[in-house]
Design a protein around this ligand. Structure first.
Ligand code: GAR
Length: 226
């Protein structure tokens, strides 16, 4: 899929959250300071109490709640959510701590234009409790990944990763803090590349600057190349 170029406003971004919204906040800052050539046109939470909604409100971004508890099943919720997203005509849908398993029809509606951030170096540790699992596995390096979303949980093609060291005295909390600090750089950098038209997702593969991306970009490479 090629995201159409609109030099005036940049890309139209819809961000989905479930909780704290620190990644949303990092994306808001990056749109404001020009690292992302795009505009967040709507923030949607599946939880009415999500703290992250405050970041959107303070930035004057329209936000809404599609509460999963109001729907009889996953399919009905996903249909309502997809309709709400499409009303904003997004170029890119950004999952930022959106803690719902998505149905195949939902994923198909946004194929090639939906990304997620996951707190591990995928394909290691998909799913939950990634920091505790990395510690239990004795990993000396951990990190975070931005990937395009496919029907496989945390399994879509990976665009970019950031690595962090694991320290001997880490617990899941200290490791999570280090990973999240990296996420706040990684997600804006990855979304910035997509909005600049440098990334194209087709099927299960990615192109970066016109060539097939054989392995994920590393955030450190991108920062050094600036
Ligand atoms: C982030 O660490 C993100 O990677 C993780 O939830 C956190 C949300 O934090 N996402 C997942 O685990 C998805 N599988 P935030 O609400 O402060 O952005």
């Amino acid at each position: 899929m090629t995201i159409s170029h609109d030099p005036a406003d940049g890309k139209r971004l819809v961000v989905l959250i479930s909780g704290r919204g620190s990644n949303l906040n990092a994306l808001i800052q990056a749109c404001a300071d020009g690292r992302i050539h795009g505009r967040i046109v709507q923030v949607i939470s599946n939880r009415p109490q999500a703290l992250g909604l405050d970041f959107a409100r303070r930035a004057g971004i329209p936000c809404s709640v599609v509460d999963h508890r109001a729907y009889p099943d996953r399919e009905a919720f996903d249909r309502a959510l997809a309709d709400r997203i499409e009303a904003s005509r997004p170029d890119l849908v950004i999952l930022a701590g959106f803690m719902r398993i998505l149905t195949e029809p939902f994923v198909a509606r946004f194929a090639g234009r939906m990304v997620n951030i996951h707190p591990s170096l995928l394909p290691d540790f998909p799913g939950l409790d990634t920091h505790a699992r990395a510690l239990a596995a004795g990993a000396d390096t951990h990190g975070t990944s931005v990937h395009f979303v496919t029907a496989e949980l945390d399994g879509g093609p990976i665009l970019m990763q950031a690595r962090v060291p694991v320290h001997a005295d880490d617990d899941p909390g200290t490791l999570a803090q280090r990973v999240q600090a990296a996420e706040h750089q990684l997600y804006p950098a990855a979304v910035g590349l997509i909005c600049a038209g440098r990334v194209h997702a087709t099927g299960g593969t990615l192109e970066f600057d016109g060539s097939r991306l054989e392995q994920p970009l590393l955030l450190s490479d991108i920062i050094e190349a600036r």
